[in-house]
Design a protein around this ligand. Structure first.
Ligand code: C2E
Ligand code: MG
Ligand code: MG
Ligand code: MG
Length: 288
């Protein structure tokens, strides 16, 4: 009879690891087929300009409706898609679909598309971008690319060059999840972003966490001096909204304004907002 923990842990862990690996392989197989089976869709979350109180555009967020698992979160499948390089065709589909849908929105509403560093690193990314704009008819000025900082971009001059090219075309470039990576500040030095998106972890912190409030205000000030817009992500409560307004950020996004919406609900959302803005202005005494 063996008394080593080794043999015991072998018996205990192996079936569990086996099960996990099997589940992972199944997910991979399903992910490879998902695009062809039309299991992806996009939802759109409003981005609100704080000065005007109006929606300036929407962020496109990818959804995978799995036939048996139901909706799978992008945080779960995007990393796998990146590993398998499936992010390239999937990302292309996202870009084309988002441009196509946004072309039907009223001017000057923008659409923000998340792009992975692997996508931008592809030699034909600029062509894909041009093609998506051209075939949809969406003006470049109404498209924004959101890039999460990742070592890939800093280490690959080609990716940076492509981003410069996109900006020359008139496409805007935002830095997503600012403050969570290890090199956020050096990124600001290496590329002229149009917008900094402040990560939700700073926005949703405990209201008594004065450090987070200070950090958000400091990022807003940084944005002002660099000529970049600053958007606070993940605003869920009135209290957070007040703090963001006071911090000097230029825009906000979060469940408080709206959950991500299916494309067919965007019209109603904007109509509601226009009605509310009219009422608010009528309620306000003149000159205030
Ligand atoms: P992200 O780009 O930072 O997107 C914001 C995420 O926060 C979204 O999650 C959104 O639904 C969620 N969110 C928005 N407001 C709130 C709020 O008030 N509270 C909370 N708790 N969450 C909020 P989602 O849709 O699950 O996407 C997760 C991440 O997956 C995205 O983070 C992005 O990095 C990635 N992703 C989504 N779509 C795409 C895509 O088409 N391509 C690529 N490459 N990545 C994508
Ligand atoms: Mg994003
Ligand atoms: Mg983010
Ligand atoms: Mg993110």
């Amino acid at each position: 009879r063996s008394r080593t923990t080794g043999s015991r842990s072998y018996c205990f862990f192996e079936p569990e690891m086996d099960r996990q690996m099997k589940a992972r392989r199944e997910l991979e197989t399903d992910l490879r087929r998902a695009l062809g089976l039309r299991q992806f869709s996009l939802v759109y979350q409003p981005q609100r300009d704080l000065a005007s109180g109006r929606t300036s555009g929407f962020e496109a967020l990818l959804r995978w409706n799995h036939p048996t698992r139901g909706p799978v979160s992008p945080s779960e499948f995007i990393p796998i898609a990146e590993e398998l390089r499936l992010i390239v065709p999937i990302g292309e589909w996202v870009l084309r679909t988002a441009c196509h849908e946004a072309a039907g929105w009223q001017e000057p509403l923008t659409v923000a598309v998340n792009v992975s560093a692997i996508q931008i690193g592809m030699p034909n990314f600029a062509d894909t971008l041009k093609q998506a704009l051209h075939s949809s008819g969406l003006p470049a000025s109404r498209l924004e690319l959101e890039i999460t900082e990742s070592a890939l971009i800093a280490d690959h001059p080609a990716a940076l060059e492509t981003l410069h090219l996109a900006r020359k075309m008139g496409v805007r470039v935002s830095m997503d999840d600012f403050g969570t990576g290890y090199s956020s500040l050096s990124y600001l030095r290496s590329f002229p972003f149009d917008k900094i998106k402040i990560d939700q972890s700073f926005v949703r912190a405990d209201p008594h966490d004065s450090n987070c409030t200070a950090i958000v205000s400091a990022i807003a000030a940084l944005g002002r001096s660099l000529g970049m817009m600053t958007l606070a992500e993940g605003v869920e409560s009135q209290e957070q909204w007040r703090r963001i307004m006071a911090s000097g950020c230029t825009a906000a996004q979060g469940f408080l304004v709206s959950y991500p919406l299916p494309p067919e609900s965007i019209g109603d959302f904007l109509a509601e907002e226009a009605k509310r803005n009219c009422t608010m202005r009528a309620d306000r005494p003149e000159g205030s």
